[in-house]
Ligand binder design. Structure first.
Ligand code: NAI
Length: 225
């Protein structure tokens, strides 16, 4: 079983109890983003029709998705934007802070560490680690790259719940095992390798190239037409 499918199964089981499918969960961040923008623009109410036009999702899909959580709206009255934004944020666990560390302070690790918007959503970067002596001690934004020797201690001290894995493929499995042994509950995995983690540990694989390949397919299709 690939890490992707295993990941979905594990979370699927967790979500089944709440009766929410992964497909619905996968759409929530986009609803959250659009509602945040509407809220910032001072919009107080929106109908599923208007939200549908904005997001290019059918109104019935929106209603079905929201019905999983009790509906959020009143017939003919539309959705209260602020309430819906807060509720979806709560469902996504964004009402609490999450503490993150980055393992691998190379190009990608440093780029992620420098991206400020994670913090606005409650994802607080608490450390960045590497094995390269040339990087250890270097400043990346407000953090100093630390040796992997300090990993376990820092995870304990800073109550880390999410580890960002930006090490080469060959190191990723060993590092992931070490993270799991420290009690890390979630790994945001950028390394192109499937991780075999115990039940209860969540892995979210990110592959930018997959998205680029989708784009390539779509333009190739258009050329053929
Ligand atoms: P990089 O070579 O610039 O950085 C990797 C860093 O990991 C280095 O600083 C290295 O010293 C460190 N490292 C190696 N073994 C380690 C270990 N056991 N513990 C701690 N640190 C260790 O590479 P880059 O470009 O930052 O890419 C990082 C990873 O992310 C690679 O696996 C790459 O394939 C992947 N990647 C994934 C993308 C995606 O969309 N999923 C996009 C770009 C890169």
């Amino acid at each position: 079983m690939s890490a992707d499918s295993k990941d979905k199964t594990v979370r699927g089981v967790a979500m089944e109890g709440k009766g929410i499918s992964q497909a619905v969960i996968g759409r929530l961040p986009r609803y959250f983003r659009y509602l945040g923008e509407l809220k910032d623009e001072g919009v107080e109410r929106i109908s599923s029709q208007d939200l549908s036009g904005l997001m290019q999702v059918t109104a019935s899909q929106i209603r079905q998705d929201f019905n999983n959580f009790g509906g959020f709206g009143q017939q003919g009255y539309g959705y209260n934007v602020e309430y819906l934004y807060e509720e979806i944020g709560r469902i996504l666990g964004l009402d609490k802070q999450h503490h993150l560390i980055i393992i691998g302070a190379g190009n990608l690790g440093q780029a992620l560490a420098n991206y400020m918007d994670f913090e606005k959503r409650g994802f607080i970067m608490r450390g960045i680690f590497d094995i390269n002596p040339a990087l250890i001690g270097r400043k990346v934004r407000a953090m100093t790259v630390e040796s992997m020797e300090l990993l376990e201690r820092r995870i304990r001290e800073n109550e880390i719940d999410i580890a960002v894995l930006t090490v080469p493929k060959g190191s990723a499995v060993g590092v992931a095992d070490r993270l799991v042994a420290c009690g890390i509950r979630a790994i945001w995995n950028f390394a192109h390798v499937d991780l075999d983690v115990p039940e209860g540990v969540q892995v979210e694989n990110v592959h930018l190239l997959d998205s680029l390949m989708k784009l390539s397919y779509n333009i190739s299709c258009c050329e053929e037409r």
